[in-house]
Design a binder for this molecule. Structure first.
Ligand code: G6P
Length: 610
């Protein structure tokens, strides 16, 4: 989703802005642009497509400036086109924006009546003209911003500059993330700290309602009514190359192959002697969890699939009632939250607008005993607004298609579930030790699957001509099948559906023929025989099967049936381990088809608008 970069320095900021935009590419976008204040006033360069196109445009006619703002746009209001790309400008003012101004139509009408001409269809352009209107009436940029913010409905992270005030840059945050980078004699802004790592490792995370004025020599944070705010400066330990592809061709493969380490990191320090350590949820968790009798999980996309797997665990192992729901649905209904509920949100980014609003919606119920977030971004809005945060130590995830975030979310959810199971008395110490040992085995099992990458590449070739695929699983493997189908859709643009295998004969079986590969995840367990019967139904109709199954589960390669032997796992590891070949399969099909693997068309990594 839209990315913002801003800089004020005593050196030329255009290379800093371009590098920042490159580092935000992973968020998903369809055009890019920048505005700089130089000797000739306000200058803009904008280009549809990749940041590279903008860099080429800038190389063709270079701009040298000490103040600038830049943006990658993910189209919402108006098609991807140069006129709709940010920065948007009025006479001397330029603005970049992430979020949506919901009342832009009324503001636009008012501004047109006042004589302002619009060049774009965006909601953002009103902000440029509103600021200009205030400045023309004698306000400073700071006064202008404070005056117009109360008029804006919706969500925004804004960075604004005025050619007549070349010594400062202003920021405002409500609903969309924005971080301030602290340098020596220079200051920066971005949607995400990763964008600024080449120039600083010191960050201030702006909070809701914050406005900031950045100068080369310092900064101030305040609210629209002028109250000054103090925010901590945090030092990041990430190195600038933490976000490089290393020897990999794409971030997606890099992140798939990072999973053994990411899983081990998520577990590290959280278990000892066959027990999950209560301390992993923080000091106040004990008291908050004491009254919990129900679990309600809310998330979007891949993170919602992690919640769906966990629901089986919470009910089967911890014997705690558990509901799972999409955040976008939950936030707009009038939910009945069961008494003494642990409300869990799951989010890689911690900034997904629907998940954040779902949490705020849930907070209105007195039945929420505690809000827990499982998240990969420590300074994110969801972490700040939750009572308890359990971080997935997956490291930065740059591929739009989520991989290591998902498996580490499963690991974190298993830890929470085990704590609740112990508390509810559903498991004794021996069973807990057995389940903890399963989790500790996960990194090794994942490595075993990754070692078979070449075989999955070969299997991917056989899928290349297919337009559709059906994924099947039962129990906790059903959401794993959903995740496999989502990966294939996202990166290879192959239409894929997932079904609970028992539902096959209630409709999807009608689709099965030689052109509809059926991909099944079938570990050993209580449901294996049921899955086998479902797969017979597919074979009997000429459907081609690809089965990911325990090598000892009794499946054999035969014409029309390809079996991929999986390591022998267990109830807590199977959903994690069986996800890996599905990720690799989607990746290889995408590479063979030549899609833009890390930034699939139309998609965004961090969905900060609803
Ligand atoms: C976007 C991303 C997905 C992600 C979803 C939820 O759609 O492309 O990969 O699963 O948002 O994101 P979150 O950061 O809340 O996990």
């Amino acid at each position: 989703m839209c990315g913002i970069v801003g800089a004020i320095a005593q050196r030329n900021v255009s290379p800093i802005l371009i590098e920042g935009l490159r580092r935000l590419e992973y968020r998903g976008y369809d055009s890019a642009g920048l505005a700089l204040v130089g000797d000739n006033g306000l200058q803009r360069r904008r280009a549809v497509g990749k940041v590279a196109a903008l860099a080429d445009a800038l190389a063709a006619s270079p701009l040298d400036s000490r103040l600038g703002i830049a943006h990658t746009r993910w189209a919402t209001h108006g098609v991807p086109a140069e006129r709709n790309s940010h920065p948007h400008a009025s006479r001397t003012v330029a603005v970049v924006h992430n979020g949506i101004i919901e009342n832009h139509e009324a503001l636009r009408t008012r501004l047109i009546d006042a004589g302002y001409a619009f060049e774009s269809e965006t909601d953002t352009e009103v902000v440029a003209h509103l600021l200009q209107q205030q400045i023309d009436a004698g306000s400073s940029l700071r006064q202008a911003l404070c005056a117009i913010l109360p008029e804006l409905r919706g969500a925004y992270a804004l960075a604004v500059i005025d050619a007549n005030s070349p010594d400062h840059l202003l920021l405002a945050r409500k609903g969309s993330p924005l971080v301030l980078g602290v340098g020596i004699g220079e200051h920066f802004a971005a949607s995400d700290a990763l964008a600024l790592l080449p120039v600083t490792n010191r960050f201030v995370y702006l909070e809701e309602g914050d406005i900031a004025e950045l100068r080369a020599s310092g900064y101030e944070i305040f609210t629209a009514d002028g109250t000054m705010q103090q925010r901590p400066v945090r030092t990041s330990t990430l190195s600038p190359d933490a976000v490089d592809k290393g020897p990999y061709r794409h971030f997606m493969t890099k992140e798939i192959f990072e999973q053994p380490v990411a899983l081990a990191q998520t577990l590290q320090g959280r278990t000892a002697h066959g027990r999950v350590l209560e301390a992993c949820l923080g000091p106040q968790a004990e008291a908050l969890l004491a009254r919990v009798r129900n679990v309600h999980i809310v998330a979007c996309g891949t993170s919602s699939h992690a919640g769906m797997v966990a629901r089986y665990w919470f009910e089967q192992i911890a014997r705690v009632p558990c509901q799972v729901e999409l955040a976008s649905e939950f936030r707009y209904r009038n939910p009945v939250i069961a008494p003494d509920t642990l409300f869990i949100t799951i989010s890689q980014s911690g900034e997904t607008a629907d998940t954040l609003e779902a949490l705020r919606h849930a907070r209105q119920s007195a039945n929420v005993a505690a809000a827990l977030v499982i998240c990969n971004a420590p300074e994110s809005s969801l972490v700040r607004e939750s009572d308890i945060a359990l971080m997935t130590h997956a490291g930065p995830e740059r591929s739009v298609a989520s991989t290591k975030a998902f498996t580490t979310q499963l690991m974190a959810l298993a830890l929470v579930m085990l704590l609740m199971a112990r508390r509810s008395g559903a498991i004794d110490a021996e069973r807990e030790a057995e389940l903890v040992a399963q989790l500790e085995a996960a990194p090794r099992l994942v490595e075993d699957v990754l070692a078979q990458n070449d075989r999955i590449r070969q299997i991917a070739e056989s899928l290349l001509t297919k337009q559709n695929a059906l994924f099947l699983g039962r129990g906790p493997m059903w959401p794993v099948a959903m995740e496999g189908a989502l990966k294939l859709k996202e990166v290879s643009y192959v239409h894929a559906e997932a079904y609970a295998a028992g539902e096959l004969k209630h409709g999807p079986l009608a689709l099965v023929d030689e052109d509809m590969p059926v991909i099944a995840v079938a570990p050993r367990g209580d449901l294996l025989d049921k899955v086998k019967s479902n797969l017979q139904e597919v074979r009997a109709r000429g459907g081609e099967l690809l089965v990911f199954a325990d090598a000892e589960a009794g499946f054999r390669d035969e014409p029309g049936v390809t079996v991929f032997g999986m390591p022998h796992g267990a109830e807590l590891t199977d959903p994690i381990v069986y996800t890996i070949p599905l990720q690799l399969l989607a990746y290889h099909v995408a590479v063979l088809k030549g899609t833009d693997v890390d930034q699939p068309r139309n998609l965004a990594k961090s969905v900060t608008v609803e």
